[in-house]
Design a protein around this ligand. Structure first.
Ligand code: HEM
Length: 633
């Protein structure tokens, strides 16, 4: 921030503020704000103050609304063409009066102190302002925030400016990652999020992870989680994903907010209606059947038994399924997009977890960034070509109509709107396609992998499921239908239990867009709210004493009756932003498991290492080798 001072007509000093110190966004808006301050008083220039001034520059307001009481200082006027009289603290904290911020007439431009004194005074004022802002930001505000939370019974980590708690977290993660689990244990928290567990046992289920700006709160209570995720008013928004994740996902459903999100969801929703998904079951089963035929051939050649690393196989399978169901006949281009997205994900992962990450480096033309930009262009160009092709074909076939019965076709159809006005632009459609690939394939692939792990280590459940599949879907050669899949109650229960114990998404986050009352806890605007699904899914108070065990029977009366809390299973999230693809994923997982169970018995291979790891999604660190035995060699 820079300041200029000039003498005003009524002997007060004018402070010209050229930018807000904390936010470049605000500094763009708040250039050239002038305000007068009373002699001997100080006006620390917070980003909030600057933006409030900016917003009111040309209005003749007499007051700004005060928050958190009245600050000691008086802002007597804001200089615009017609300076309004302004009396306001415009500050959300109560600082003590500061002598070093006082402006005396001798410090003012044109005041009699001479050029050198003036420059020195100006520099001192700038330094003092800066120092004050830094003190407030780094010391006072975190202290006040922590106290405000403590008064409400929420404790947490002590604030440590600059270094935070990274070292402690790294040490805990390093210690945890060295441990592999017994196959009968499903408690991967010490490997994946040991710090959450340690801090929860120290501070309780809701605790402050940081009281800096913005503060962050871990929310481990179901009633609060329910309130946050069910909100429809925009009070709890998604957090800023950063450029790398944005490039991966695009501004699709997962990341959009408000009106944009509602518009996108209107267009995408019809594609995921159950009757439409049922039509995709054939494509899902056909992709799975191809993989299973290859396994059969390998097993038959090896005397009826073969070891397969199913994690990699399911990654390929789910990519094929999404390519076919999203793009129908253009699935080859879909696969190209998938491969580029996969590489982008590796880059994203490396960037996020890079310990020597320098802020802003994601914009520099480094080798990895150039590769990222190239891949982004490829994804965009390929998707654009597919969409153009589809639009042209639809135009030609105007008489027969329709854009196709795959996800893209259904989306384009919904996009056309009743009055022919397009609801989403081409770029937005492209971003939705990217979202399908990212959100839709890896999650389902890991769900299948973990289900195979649990069935491979629980042969009695495997046998019960096999019997159910043979009863409802028929023998190995019978085609798999969506109606038959809907009768697979035990398979559904096992999949829910898999999602509870090994849900691919272990944590989500929201940001309070305004001051909020969260089930009695006052949460200031900007607070990050971290919701650790994996920990909530192991809460014995909600799930019972056997929360740590594999017990699919807990879902025998359906997912909402598994606990006293109807929304306790959070794997697909809940509320308006819950997963749009959950029925798609469940259908795909059921079809695949049904086909496998009809052809093989299986067990987890001896060389498997039980080490769940969270690389954006939860997966076995070294894959899952499974010994498959042909049922009818
Ligand atoms: C086992 C499989 C899956 C799991 C565990 C899963 C999990 C989730 C979760 C937890 C969210 C909410 C994220 C948040 O709000 O922070 C979400 C949202 C979403 N998922 Fe899934 N998902 C799965 C499969 C799919 C599939 C197959 C698709 C599409 C083909 C898909 C598309 C989406 C989209 C578009 C959203 C954003 C919805 C919105 O905000 O309106 N997901 N998913």
């Amino acid at each position: 921030m820079t300041t200029n001072m000039s003498k005003s007509s009524d002997s007060r000093e004018t402070l010209l503020l050229r930018s807000a110190p904390e936010s470049s966004k605000i500094s763009q808006k708040a250039s050239e704000i002038s305000c007068e301050v009373a002699v001997g008083r100080a006006v620390p220039v917070t980003a909030k103050l600057a933006s409030q001034l900016s917003a009111r520059r040309n209005q003749s307001l007499s007051t700004l609304p005060a928050r958190d009481g009245v600050a000691e200082w008086l802002l007597v006027s804001v200089g615009t063409e017609q300076p309004p009289r302004l009396v306001s603290p415009a500050l959300s904290f109560r600082p003590a009066p500061l002598a070093f911020m006082s402006l005396t007439p001798g410090m003012a431009m044109g005041g009699g102190g001479g050029g050198v004194g003036l420059v020195a005074a100006a520099l001192a004022a700038v330094a003092a302002t800066w120092l004050w802002a830094a003190l407030v930001r780094l010391v006072w505000r975190p202290y006040a925030t922590a106290r405000a939370f403590a008064r409400q019974g929420v404790r947490g980590l002590p604030h440590r400016p600059f270094r935070g708690h990274d070292k402690e977290v790294k040490a805990m993660l390093a210690a945890g990652s060295g441990e592999t689990l017994d196959r009968g244990s499903h408690d991967f928290i010490p490997r994946v999020m040991p710090h959450y567990r340690a801090w929860m046992s120290r501070y309780g289920k809701v605790f402050l992870l940081g009281s800096g700006s913005p503060p962050s709160l871990c929310v481990g209570k179901f009633d609060m989680v329910n309130r946050i995720l069910s909100d429809r008013t925009g009070l709890y928004a998604k957090v800023n994903p950063g450029p790398v994740i944005l490039a991966l996902l695009g501004m699709g459903l997962v990341l959009t907010e408000g009106e944009d999100w509602a518009r996108h969801r209107r267009v995408v929703h019809p594609a995921f209606a159950m009757d439409k998904l049922k039509m995709m079951t054939g494509a899902m089963a056909a992709c799975a059947a191809e993989v299973i035929r290859a396994w059969e051939a390998r097993a038959a050649a090896a005397g009826g038994e073969v070891t397969v690393e199913v994690g990699e196989q399911f990654a390929e399978l789910t990519a094929d399924v999404i390519s076919h169901t999203a793009f129908g006949s253009s699935y080859r281009q879909g696969k190209e997009v998938f491969l580029a997205q996969r590489e982008l994900q590796v880059i994203a992962f490396t960037s996020i977890y890079n310990p020597s990450r320098v802020p802003g480096m994601q914009y520099a033309p480094t080798k990895s960034n150039m590769r990222r930009w190239k891949l982004e262009r490829k994804v965009r160009d390929t998707l654009m070509a597919v969409i153009d092709e589809r639009l042209a074909a639809a135009k030609e076939a105007a008489a027969t109509g329709g854009y196709g019965s795959d996800l893209l076709g259904l989306m384009l159809e919904a996009n056309a709107g009743e009055d022919g006005k397009r609801l989403m632009s081409m770029d937005e459609i492209i971003d939705e396609c990217k979202t399908f690939f990212f959100a839709g394939h890896e999650t389902t692939s890991h769900l299948l992998t973990w289900a195979m792990f649990l069935l491979g280590t629980h042969p009695e459940w495997q046998q019960r499921l096999r019997e159910e599949v043979l009863r409802e879907c028929g023998g190995a050669e019978a085609p798999i239908s969506a109606d038959a899949l809907s009768q697979l109650k035990l398979v559904t229960m096992v999949l829910y239990e898999t999602l509870r114990l090994y849900g691919p998404v272990t944590l989500t986050a929201r940001r309070a867009t305004a001051d909020a009352d969260l089930c009695g806890v006052k949460v200031p605007k900007g607070t990050s709210l971290l919701i650790p699904f994996a920990i909530l899914h192991r809460d014995e108070e909600v799930w019972g004493a056997d929360a740590g065990e594999f017990n699919p029977l807990r879902f025998r009366d359906g997912v909402r009756r598994a606990t006293a809390h109807p929304n306790a299973l959070l794997s697909f999230s809940i509320g308006p932003r819950s997963c749009i693809g959950q029925d798609f994923a469940m259908l795909e997982a059921k079809a695949t498991l049904a086909l496998i169970l009809r052809r093989f018995t299986f067990e987890v291979a001896p060389e498997y290492v039980h080490a769940p790891a969270d690389f954006l999604t939860l997966q076995p660190l070294q894959g899952l080798p499974v010994v498959l035995k042909l049922l009818d060699p």
